[in-house]
Design a protein around this ligand. Structure first.
Ligand SMILES: Cc1ncc(C[n+]2csc(CCO)c2C)c(N)n1
Length: 218
């Protein structure tokens, strides 16, 4: 069992509240109201900006060039690829770049991203990567579960195809292997419980992020 599987098992209820959230179920069956998805998209843009900062923090927390390069490639993936993809997806949903820039962060966005940045700032490279892992790896799990259930004309096919597709599955598999490597290097047995509760907290904050979308009023 790799470390990610051990965290998931220890945090089962919180993990399920995230990957099996009502937002995800409604996205899967196509009943998710469009305003909920739009609210999610706008806040996810703001989330990604902070997520890039958290990966930049991982460069600073690294003590080897190999670790610095891992974090650097995550930063460039977000800044050079993911942000553009996201802005284009938003445009197809009628959300302009100006609207993305002008919208303030929702409390759920602030809570999640600043929690990750704070734990990362106070802790070591492993702690920061544990805080980031539900985000990176959870989306691959959700995409993989949803992809076989949808047809190409499904309203959320593009989002599901992105995260369920081979390219993203490989990114997440690499992140999972890297987390395992970090745990082998930096996690004595007596650190497991503390890191598992950090993993559980990040999973709950992901669930709250979905809930923010569902609570959106048009
Ligand atoms: C709330 C929220 N959680 C996770 C992701 C997934 N995610 C975040 S950054 C990134 C790119 C990794 O290189 C991916 C896939 C998201 N977008 N929004």
């Amino acid at each position: 069992m790799d470390i990610f599987e051990r965290f998931k098992t220890a945090a089962r209820a919180d993990w399920d509240s995230y990957v099996d959230h009502a937002f995800v179920r409604q996205m899967a069956d196509g009943t998710l109201p469009q305003p909920a998805f739009r609210e999610y998209l706008v806040q996810d843009y703001l989330f990604l900006i902070q997520f890039a900062r958290a990966n930049a923090l991982a460069i600073y927390k690294s003590r080897t060039l190999a670790d610095m390069r891992k974090a650097q490639s995550a930063v460039s993936a977000i800044l050079d690829v993911e942000m553009d993809l996201h802005v284009r997806l938003c445009a197809r949903w009628g959300i302009s770049a100006q609207e993305l820039e002008a919208t303030p962060e929702h409390a759920a966005t602030v809570a999640y991203t600043r929690f990750v940045l704070d734990r990362g700032a106070a802790g070591d490279l492993l702690e920061l990567n544990v805080a980031l892992s539900p985000c990176v790896i959870g989306y691959a799990e959700i995409g993989r579960t949803l992809l076989p259930k949808i047809s190409p004309d499904h309203p959320y096919a593009e989002w599901i195809g992105e995260y369920g597709g081979d390219a993203y599955q490989e990114i997440a598999a690499n992140a999972r292997a890297y987390l395992d490597d970090l745990a082998r290097r930096f996690m004595p047995a007596n650190r497991f419980d503390e890191l598992a509760s950090l993993f559980a907290a990040a999973s709950r904050l992901e669930a709250d992020f979905w809930q923010m979308g569902l609570d959106a009023k048009d």
